[in-house]
Structures are given as C-alpha cells and as structure tokens.
Design a protein around this ligand. Sequence first.
Ligand code: P6P
Length: 335
Amino acid sequence: MRLKTIEQHILDQQRRFPGVSGDFSGLLYDIALAAKLVSKEVNRAGLGDLLGTMGEVNVQGEIVQKMDKYANELFIRILTAGGKVCAIATEENENITEIHEDGFIGKYAINMDPLDGSSNMDVNVSVGTIFSLHRKRSAGPRGSEEDCLQAGSKQACAGYVIYGSSTMLVYTTGLGVHGFTLDPAVGEFILSHPNMMMPSQCRMYSVNEGNAAFWDAGTRAYVESLKAVDPPTGRPYAARYIGSLVSDFHRNLLKGGIFLYPADCKDPHKPSGKLRLLFEAAPMAFIAEQAGGAATTGSERVLDIVPAKLHQRVPLIVGPKDEVSRYQAMTRARG
Ligand code: P6P
C-alpha cells in the first residue's frame, strides 16, 4: 500500500468535489493536530500532573478528570484558531462555544467528546476522542445551537481517535471508513486501514451486565440468548467489555461484535441510558453504517433522531446488521 498521510487522503477526497473551498479539509487537519497533542499527553499522563480528577462535576454529573479539561480546552483552542467552525458543542460544556471573529464565518459546527472514557486513564486503559461535523445551517454569521442540533443523517463527517497501544484516527465523510495510525517518530497519521468494513459475522458482545437488573425484558432475553449453550445463531459469542466506548467500538468494527448500552432504570435522571446522542451515539452510528453495520436505540435508527437538547441521551445498540435486527426483534416481541 502506498504510504499516504491523512493530509494527502483528505486532499484526494477533496479533489472529488471540484470548486470546494478547502475549509473542510482544513478543519480535519485541525482535528488531526489536536489529536496528536492529546496523544502526546495521554501517553505520558502518569509523568505529569494530568492523572486524577479536577475535583469538579461536569454538566453530565460526572467527575471531571484532569485530562478531560486539558483535551476540552485544547480542542476548543485549536478549532477556534483554525477559523473553520462557527459553533463547538462538547460533552464537558453545558452550552455551545460560539465562534465569531470579524471577517470570517465558520461553515461547520462540531459536536465532540474530547476525551471519552477518561476515568479509565488512571488504570492505563485506552481512551478516545469522538467528533461529529455538521454544515452550518442557521442564518447570519454567528453559529448557534441550531447548527449543532441536527439529525445524525446530516453529518458531514464523523470520526474518533483511539489512544491505545497505538494512536489511530478513524473517520468517514460518507465515502467509506478510513483508519490512520500515528507514527510518533514523524508526527504523521499514516493510512493503515483503508475502506474499513465491519465483519457481518458477530463474534462478540459488549455490554455492562452489571446493569442487567435494570434492563427491559427484551434486552435481558437478547443478552441471555448470546450466552445459550446453542445460541440461535449457532455461534459461541465472546464477552468483551472495556468500558471505553471508542475502544469497544473499534474492536467490534475490526473483529465483528455488537455493542449495547441499553436504556436502564438504574438512574432516574438517565432513563435512556448513559450515552449522549450528539457526542457518542450519532457519530458512532454514522461510522457503523458506512462500514456496513447498523445502529439503533431499539425503537429507531440512531441517525434519524432529530436532537432536542445538546446533552440528550439515547440507548445505543450498534454492530452487524443481522445482529442488530435480532436485538430489535427480541425487544419488540417482549414490548
Ligand atoms: P459504564 C465512558 O464513561 C462512557 O461514556 C463510554 O465510553 C463507555 O462506553 C460507558 O461510559 C461505560 O459506562 O456504565 O459501563 O461504566
């Protein structure tokens, strides 16, 4: 395979749309730059003062890790300086950051989880960044919540960075899913996984079974069916759950697996489960569908949901099409 950097790949894709301004490509460069800087800090967090918590609670009611704050502020700083976005919504901030400098109008809005699964960092488990880009659709020069609150099917781009044994950036613009591995020696993301497709055969399942008592009957029945001695699909499934969405999703994308964070009644404030539509479910759903998979809440396609609030939560079941359909059939049958 010819050595190709992410910048070269982005330019190749840009050439398929003559006359574009190049702003979109510039925005992807900015995201890749921020990812390199976050990767550097994640990989040495134990040496500096970036492990542990800030002693604060964010809008999600979650304890803010030091690296959450670092990544959140770094992405906002780089995206603001890049001048391609009009609005930034992150999981860490209650409201959007509206970007408006005299003389330019950012054409894109970005929704992101700057460091997903960050509580795993203290125990050296891989974490990630998740991002979702929408074209500005509000009138006038300023960005607004309206630009962020768009259905997942309208995404111009979705991607994630996984800070693991290596750092990878995986993204789609609707032209397939492509993975790039960071070569820290030269500071370049190199194309390592072109045209990623999710295996149709499901070999594993990822769910926090500690929540089983709080699931609906259909979800419980589905997960039990995966553990049957002779599962309906005749395939033994392996249970794999890291507790870091990007890591669980990435492994399932490569190896063939279904991920579930169902609705659960454990926390009355989070009846739809824990994951956020804008910052986690919608971008992962776009990537999954582009890789030949599917993503549902159980009752509807994730990409069809028109968000009402920035921090809206939804159940997320994402994986091979047949497996996701089997989940829907079992939960529908049990109401
Ligand atoms: P639980 C990390 O906090 C996260 O948002 C996702 O990355 C992950 O899939 C999920 O929460 C894990 O949640 O309740 O199983 O610990």
